[in-house]
Design a protein around this ligand. Structure first.
Ligand code: AMP
Length: 299
């Protein structure tokens, strides 16, 4: 039985970093998020790919026990082409080819509708809203987005924000969405809109959790070899909700642990291109780095 539903993109990514280039490799927000969540829980995925999508990528998702009955196949796969300079906190987009994503109508298998935990990973906010509409009141919803949708669909995005429990943003997106230089102001503004918690991801500098009365600052991991940060935000979100679904504890202290698990999986993900690192990641690797994180913040 699935315990998390993830809607987002399943993509072919062309990525260039100072350490190499890959063309049309497996990517997408739902792919990274469901890979990361699968270490803790049983995610099901809703998305669309085209007839050009390689079968071995489908096999890879199945191998990680991701339920892909909600993956439609039609037209041409969404393609993102981006690059990073030495400041790898910021992805620069060369091309976003929505392809089959543009006409994608969310339709979910009947058995998905009662899933308790939902991750609205980065995709068109109208498709995120439609997912919530089709579900029978999930217990817990987490939302992620990016600059592309903040620019093109701000009103719909604000509608989704009102309906979720946790909002994830990176620092640049938080400033852009709430039109302020202050992350604290942005977080407070978001909290007034609806969510009980806002998490601001700061790439290699850690993450901040804001709730009504509390503030937690998660440390960053001193990663020596970063090759490709693509998907780190999605891994963070997937592991975060994956851990919460596993422990069934939605308290603020448990959010803190979930944030560290999110940071652990995201930091591993950056060590290699695409999903190459996650493909071989084990729960032992995750627990080992979780302990290192505990050590980093002890004083
Ligand atoms: P992240 O690095 O975690 O922010 O996400 C990277 C992933 O987002 C890549 O694998 C892309 O395929 C995907 N992506 C890029 N642009 C978009 C977009 N406009 N909507 C949804 N997903 C996207």
């Amino acid at each position: 039985m699935n315990d998390i539903l993830i809607i987002g993109t399943v993509a072919l990514d062309t990525i260039e970093t100072p350490f190499g280039k890959v063309e049309k490799t497996l990517g997408g927000s739902a792919t990274y998020a469901s890979f990361a969540a699968s270490f803790f829980s049983n995610p099901a995925l809703i998305s669309v790919v085209g007839d050009d999508f390689p079968k071995n990528y489908i096999d890879l998702l199945k191998k990680r026990n991701v339920d892909i009955d909600g993956l439609k196949i039609t037209g041409k796969t969404f393609h993102w082409d981006g690059f990073y300079e030495y400041d790898m906190n910021e992805a620069k987009t060369r091309k976003t080819e929505l392809n089959s994503l543009e006409q994608f109508k969310v339709e979910m298998p009947e058995r998905y509708k009662n899933t308790k935990y939902v991750f609205l990973a980065n995709i068109d906010p109208e498709q995120q809203l439609e997912t919530l509409r089709q579900m029978n009141k999930p217990d817990f919803a987490v939302l992620d987005t990016m600059n592309f949708w903040i620019t093109s669909k701000r009103d719909s995005l604000m509608e989704v924000i009102k309906k979720v429990d946790v909002l994830l943003l990176n620092d640049g997106e938080a400033r852009q969405l709430f039109k302020t230089a202050s992350l604290v102001k942005a977080a407070n503004e978001a909290l007034r809109t609806g969510p009980k918690a806002v998490i601001i991801k700061k790439g290699e500098h850690g993450a901040l959790l804001f709730t009504k009365n509390k503030h937690f600052s998660a440390p960053s991991y001193p990663l020596e070899n970063i090759k490709d940060p693509t998907g780190c935000g999605d891994c963070f979100g997937g592991a975060f909700i994956g851990y919460l679904a596993k422990t069934k504890d939605l308290s603020e202290p448990n959010f803190r642990k979930a944030i560290i698990y999110g940071s652990v999986v995201a930091s591993h993900n950056a060590e290699d291109f695409g999903l190459n690192r996650l493909k071989h990641l084990t729960m032992n690797d995750i627990e080992k780095r979780y302990k290192e994180f505990q050590d980093i913040r002890e004083f």
